[in-house]
Design a protein around this ligand. Structure first.
Ligand SMILES: Nc1ncnc2c1ncn2[C@@H]1O[C@H](COP(=O)(O)OP(=O)(O)OP(=O)(O)O)[C@@H](O)[C@H]1O
Length: 401
């Protein structure tokens, strides 16, 4: 069996006295697993939970059910009830809670659960940062209000964000600017709620998932300890110290597919739960270079909408983890309507994945790509070339910036 072994950790294995040991085929014979059935001690030097590990799930099932003797009687309904109890015990009857909704699955499910627990003492905010997809604001606000009955304030801050991003091309700087603007807006929202209810919100709901917790957890042997601050920084770009908000993270023991299951129990529309992930910094990380230059955002919105709608029409949306278009900071020469053009180039990216940690590029049929490319060049002014991204993760990341 071939397995991927993380380098640099093999010296703790293969000590004398251990029983059976296995070797990795691609790592010069270093130990990749061992077992001592007498002492009932087992160890693995690879990630069985990763989809790329063959028989990983079988290995885990064998360990849990045959070795440890546990039974699979865990139910999502029980978790929901438990979390509601925890939320009610945490938030006193006169306290208020805020939640930043992105229109994504995680924050929506987290907010819906907290709303079920504490009702309208939950106050949600959705920010139009000028970096949203085609008609995104209307589409998500409609779902929040009509289907989920969530109390949501929509703030149009597009000018504020775009003016701060003018001339910025470095991806990290873009992310930091966006994170900082989000915080200013959340802070202002909290102040307004304080004026209205006479009390500052004490809690912030975040849609932290278990993979985020794992990623925030430092490797064993380092002096560091796990910190929630790491995730909150990751999530909303860092919270201002004077907000003093305590975190409510009801999904922090769940993986994405489990969050979707919880969402189904909470009656979040299935179409919404199946939405592809969308990055917090929005189209800013899909327009390479200065997002405010020319009509890059508008062009990208139109291209992206055509691509996604074509994927839906072809019945492929649910087979793809994430699909989107990227606006490239180059122009190419073309011939359109008997005229020479010097126009924009856009890239299409679609990947499959189980958890976003690794991903493979999606292999569209030739006809699909041909149709989409023609449709884009024929209907989006200023685009004369469409290319496809055919790299997996690794070596690339899913997003381009
Ligand atoms: N436009 C927005 N308005 C309000 N809050 C936002 C917005 N975009 C992102 N956020 C907040 O920042 C968090 C992190 O954004 P990111 O896109 O990385 O989310 P995520 O962890 O994938 O979760 P989700 O599935 O909810 O989008 C979101 O969960 C949400 O709380």
């Amino acid at each position: 069996m071939e397995i991927e072994v993380k380098g640099g950790e093999s010296e703790i294995l293969g000590r004398e006295g251990w029983g059976e040991a296995g070797c990795g085929s691609e790592c010069s014979g270093c130990c990749c697993c061992f077992g001592e059935s007498g002492r009932r001690i087992y160890g693995l030097q690879y990630h069985p939970e990763v989809t790329h590990s063959p028989k990983g799930m079988e290995t885990l099932k064998h360990f849990l059910f045959d070795v440890c003797g546990v039974s699979a009687d865990w139910k999502m309904e029980d978790l929901m009830e438990e979390e509601i109890k925890v939320i009610n015990n945490t938030v006193a009857a006169d306290e208020h809670v805020i939640c930043a909704l992105s229109g994504g699955v995680d924050s929506t499910v987290a907010a819906t659960l907290v709303h079920k627990a504490i009702g309208d003492r939950l106050h949600c905010i959705f920010v139009d940062n000028g970096l949203l997809r085609y008609k995104e604001q209307e589409r998500v606000m409609d779902t929040f209000e009509r289907d989920l009955h969530l109390p949501v304030t929509c703030v149009d801050a597009s000018e504020q964000f775009l003016s701060q991003l003018k001339g910025v091309v470095d991806p990290e700087t873009k992310r930091k600017i966006i994170g900082k603007e989000f915080i200013n807006i959340f802070d202002q929202f909290a102040h307004e709620l304080e004026k209205k209810h006479g009390k500052k919100p004490a809690f912030l709901v975040q849609g932290t998932l278990y993979p985020d917790v794992i990623e925030s957890c430092p490797p064993p042997g380092t002096d560091r300890t796990h910190s929630h601050t790491i995730k909150s920084h990751h999530n909303v770009g860092g919270l201002p110290k004077d907000m003093k908000l305590k975190l409510i993270e009801p999904l922090k023991l769940l993986f994405k597919d489990e969050v979707r299951e919880l969402g189904r129990i909470l009656n979040v529309p299935v179409g919404f739960l199946k939405r592809h992930p969308f990055p917090g910094p929005g189209l800013a990380v899909r327009v390479l270079g200065d997002v405010t230059q020319g009509n890059a955002l508008e062009v990208l919105r139109q291209v992206d909408e055509i691509f996604i709608q074509s994927i839906r029409d072809a019945g492929l949306y649910d087979s793809i983890w994430q699909a989107f278009a990227v606006f490239l900071p180059v122009r190419s020469v073309g011939v359109q309507g008997d005229k020479r053009t010097h126009s924009h180039v856009v890239a299409l990216r679609a990947v499959t994945s189980q958890d976003g940690m690794t991903a493979d590029w999606f292999n569209f049929e030739h006809k699909f790509l041909d149709d989409v490319s023609r449709k884009i060049c024929n209907s989006v002014q200023g685009v004369n070339r469409v290319v496809q991204d055919i790299t997996s993760k690794p070596p690339s990341t899913i997003e381009w910036e």
